[in-house]
Write a protein that binds this ligand. Structure first.
Ligand code: AMP
Ligand code: ZN
Length: 135
């Protein structure tokens, strides 16, 4: 099902033109219009799910298989030194388009693309709490 006013639904359905790199019955892979690096692409399911938490497991698995295949092509063709495969869920995590998508970002050594974080520390108290709550 597509959702009215969702730009990625319209792009995935082909109602809005996009730079499409791959398409099958369930997915479309497009170039990001605001790329972090040349070749930054997005894997979009054609069905609307806001984020990974809403996605059925089988479709999630397939989406990551599509991402892996595109990553192999990206490495061969763009000769990049690395690839980030990432996915944001909810505004607090940086999601701006609320239709599930996977980012593939080609990386070059020392390209200065800022996706990192400053490592904190895992305290014994946090570790105990998290093992208790999340295991
Ligand atoms: P996120 O912040 O994870 O929700 O990522 C949304 C991504 O979609 C950003 O990298 C945008 O540059 C990209 N984007 C937004 N609108 C379009 C569009 N019409 N076509 C292609 N990419 C888009
Ligand atoms: Zn949508």
């Amino acid at each position: 099902m597509s959702q009215e006013n969702c730009i990625f639904c319209k792009i995935a359905a082909g109602e809005i033109p996009s730079a499409t790199l791959y398409e099958d019955e369930e997915f479309r892979v497009i170039l990001d219009v605001g790329p972090a690096a040349k070749g930054h692409m997005l894997v979009l399911p054609k069905e609307h799910y806001a984020d990974i938490l809403e996605m059925p497991e089988e479709l999630t698995a397939k989406a990551f298989v599509v991402a892996k295949r595109m990553a192999q092509k990206m490495e061969q063709v763009l000769e990049c030194d690395g690839i980030n495969i990432l996915q944001n869920n909810h505004e607090a995590a940086g999601q701006t388009v609320f239709h599930f998508h996977i980012h593939l970002i080609p990386r070059k050594k020392n390209d200065k693309i800022g996706l990192g974080w400053k490592p904190g520390t895992l305290s014994d108290a946090d570790k105990a709490e998290l093992l208790e709550k999340l295991r």
